[in-house]
Design a protein around this ligand. Structure first.
Ligand code: HEC
Ligand code: HEC
Length: 328
């Protein structure tokens, strides 16, 4: 065959179409991803939130794809291709200035998100996420609906649990401060209620407690622990006022285990988040000592049964002794 310009052009076009078919056409025709076990379509409001997520560049700081090597919120379920069927556009993001959000739905109740989108520092005092208050209440509601849907059916399961416990917690709060505290404490397992703080509340521990309180708690529970931080205006039930706890706790004497359990797990249904992924064990005990000493007026640190002191602990006598039973 003679290499005329016509043959050359037809040959080049054939090569082009063949490679286009192999690279793009074949995969598009055969690689239809099937919906995963947790998949469901987004509602209109969630879809509107998804568009806001894309338009406002949330993916510059957040990913929507949690991998087997991650140890983050949502790592209970590794992301799968089938989770994203029907999303347009699919923007998974590769930056993690903020946490991965692929299983964000149901991590917090809606009121937490309202406070957080209004000003992230209300709920997370050292956050560098920008405020989205300028979007207005309706768009913040749509964004909230979208982040509550992240995780799809797995998220629905968690949001249903948040809603169930929100009802219980709101009813307890409406019954008055004493009934509320009694209800919250009755949800803490007996073994934790009867556990004293095993760590001394020495100067270094209290300084660590204070630092963490400023970094994680202060804008909800307030600088003096009265529950009047700036987030309170957005939350129902509002953050607990620690200064009302004393009369409940003196009957019990022990206080450290109750605090530890609640700080570790959060209180589902309320804005109180869990901290077991942010803070390791000793830091949670330090916080419990800090709340006890500064906001309640005593700590059960190192009282009987105290166990064996850890090797690194110095000699320490508890100067913040729990009051005797029946004391005010
Ligand atoms: C400049 C980076 C940045 C941008 C942009 C950003 N975030 Fe964040 N985001 C963060 C950081 C950091 C955190 C962790 C601290 C906190 O809770 O605020 C966070 C936390 C969150 C959380 C809470 C996660 C949890 O359960 O603790 C949600 C939900 C969230 N962002 C949603 C969004 C949405 C929706 C957008 C876009 C409208 C957005 N973020 C834009 C940095 C960012
Ligand atoms: C986003 C707001 C928010 C943040 C941040 C927050 N809390 Fe809470 N906290 C709450 C709410 C809301 C409650 C429950 C109020 C209710 O149900 O009456 C609560 C309850 C508690 C309780 C239960 C007290 C009791 O005796 O029953 C403890 C302890 C507590 N918080 C400690 C902390 C600590 C420590 C931090 C920081 C590491 C923290 N909280 C951060 C909102 C918050």
């Amino acid at each position: 065959m003679k290499m005329t310009p016509g043959v050359l052009i037809i040959g080049a076009l054939l090569v082009f179409w063949a490679s286009a078919f192999i690279i793009a056409g074949l995969p598009a025709a055969t690689m239809k991803e099937k919906p995963s076990d947790i998949w469901r379509p987004l509602t209109a409001e969630e879809e509107a939130g998804h568009r806001l997520y894309v338009a406002n560049g949330c993916s510059y700081c957040h990913s929507l794809f949690i991998r087997i090597n991650d140890w983050d919120i949502g790592a209970e379920r590794i992301a799968q291709a089938g989770d994203y069927v029907g999303q347009e556009p699919i923007i998974l993001g590769s930056e993690r200035t903020g946490p991965d959000l692929s299983q964000e739905g149901g991590e917090h109740p809606d009121d937490w998100h309202l406070a957080h989108f209004t000003n992230p520092r209300y709920t997370s005092p050292i956050s560098l996420m920008p405020s989205w208050e300028f979007l207005g209440r309706q768009e913040v509601r749509q964004l909230t609906a979208y982040v509550q849907a992240l995780g799809l059916k797995a998220a629905d399961y968690r949001t249903a649990r948040q809603k169930y416990w929100k009802q219980q917690a709101s009813a307890a709060y409406a019954a008055g401060p004493d009934a509320n505290v009694e209800w919250i404490h009755s949800q803490v397992p007996e073994v934790w209620r009867r556990m004293p703080n095993p760590y001394p509340a020495d100067a270094a521990a209290l300084a660590r407690g204070k630092r963490m309180y400023q970094d994680f708690c202060v804008n909800c529970h307030g600088p003096i622990g009265d529950g009047q931080g700036p987030a309170a205006a957005y939350l129902y039930p509002p953050p607990l006022n620690f200064t009302t706890l004393r009369r409940h706790l003196v009957e019990n004497r022990y206080i450290g285990g109750i605090f530890y359990y609640q700080i570790m797990n959060g209180i589902t249904g309320t804005a109180m988040p869990y901290f077991k992924k942010h803070l390791e064990s000793e830091k949670i005990w330090d916080l419990a000592n800090y709340l006890g000493v500064y906001f309640v007026g005593y700590t059960d640190a190192n009282i009987e049964p105290r166990g064996i002191d850890a090797a690194y602990e110095g000699p320490w006598q508890n100067p913040y002794q729990p009051p005797a039973k029946g004391a005010k």
